[in-house]
Design a protein around this ligand. Sequence first.
Ligand SMILES: Cc1cc2nc3c(=O)[nH]c(=O)nc-3n(C[C@H](O)[C@H](O)[C@H](O)COP(=O)(O)O)c2cc1C
Length: 190
Amino acid sequence: MKRILIILLPIVLIAGFVIYQIADAATQTKIGGLMDKKVLVAYFSWSGNTKSIAQKIQAQTGADIFEITPVTPYPADYNETAYGIAKEQKEKGIHPPIHNKDISSYDVIFVGTPAWWYTMAPPVMTFLAENNFEGKIIVPFVTHGGGGGYTIDKDMEKLAKGAKVLSPFVVYGKGNSGTDKDLAEWINKL
Ligand SMILES: Cc1cc2nc3c(=O)[nH]c(=O)nc-3n(C[C@H](O)[C@H](O)[C@H](O)COP(=O)(O)O)c2cc1C
């Protein structure tokens, strides 16, 4: 009996260690290509979904975080925001004034937006158009209500002159229980 225990104990310990390592690797964030880079997560969020994804990215990368806010806040009412203001801003190409941030020290900027009228929200347009993105990398992330990411990455490329825009992370609403893992995999591939 004692001999069986002596043989089995190391096997059980090694198996436990291997299982722990596999589980840990699944949740751990390796920021691979982002190492040594100065990283910012900048996002606009009206109802909280994009904010939630931004905070997850910030937690996984250790980046700085910045909420893009319009000088004139959107109303809390959906119809007023969507049909009263955002639709007109989109149709007329209006870039509403925002509380901006000096981004000159950052190499990589995650830029998060809800899908608004088939593209990014207007305050994000302002952020991209009014800052100097020459030589910087933009990593887009988009939350949507069923329409997907549209061509938001290409739209960002047009506004942020001189930036290299990578493939976006696109998610419905604020994501689900698998979103942390999906984000980790996406970030690792950057
Ligand atoms: C003004 C407005 C326009 C929207 N337009 C779209 C759209 O074109 N396609 C889509 O899939 N969802 C659309 N939505 C839904 C949002 O993209 C979705 O709810 C998003 O996750 C909200 O992010 P937030 O909570 O960070 O504001 C729109 C929402 C609003 C308020």
